[in-house]
Design a protein around this ligand. Structure first.
Ligand code: HEC
Length: 149
């Protein structure tokens, strides 16, 4: 699951590289085994993806805790979110929409949700937090993928 998520991120980056004005688009497909760290892809900030994502996550910290065991705030704690069924963190009062969402979070699902929460999960009570920039979405997803034990 984690490996697939990482491949998705790389594939997405490859696609966005092709659509930019880069003179020589490079397609990167890196297959990694579970337990390895996220590859050091450089973002336009000059940071690796996870670092960029951690910084971009500043837009989320008002509502989302990320430390293991930390109580949820206005939104659910996102530690270990990848591989978790949507709307299933114990002790968080999700909307019926999120509880009824029938998918498990991976990088691709996260990016789709961040692009447009209400489209991905119609009726969600997360009414803010959409991220318009695809690179930032990929980076935040990579950061969330990294939030494991
Ligand atoms: C104003 C508060 C707020 C902000 C800001 C916010 N969220 Fe949320 N988020 C929520 C709430 C509330 C929910 C639960 C939604 C529901 O039950 O429909 C949620 C749910 C989620 C979920 C689903 C969690 C699960 O357990 O299924 C993810 C993933 C998520 N948010 C990611 C983010 C990210 C990444 C950002 C920043 C880009 C962000 N959120 C910004 C309030 C917020």
């Amino acid at each position: 699951m984690k490996r697939l998520a990482l491949i998705t991120i790389i594939a997405t980056l490859g696609l966005s590289a092709c659509s930019s004005e880069s003179p020589e688009p490079v397609e990167q497909i890196i297959v990694r085994t579970p337990g390895e760290t996220v590859p050091a892809v450089e973002t336009s900030d000059g940071d690796d993806l996870v670092t960029t994502g951690r910084k971009a996550f500043a837009a989320c910290v008002a509502c989302h805790a990320v430390e293991q065991g930390e109580p949820s705030g206005a939104g659910p704690n996102l530690f270990g979110i990848v591989g978790r069924q949507a709307g299933t963190l114990a002790d968080f009062a999700y909307s019926d929409a999120m509880t009824g969402a029938d998918f498990t979070w991976n990088a691709e699902q996260l990016e789709a949700f961040l692009a447009n929460p209400a489209e991905k999960v119609p009726g969600t009570t997360m009414v803010t937090g959409a991220v318009t920039d695809p690179e930032r979405r990929s980076a935040i997803a990579a950061y969330l993928v990294s939030l494991t034990e």
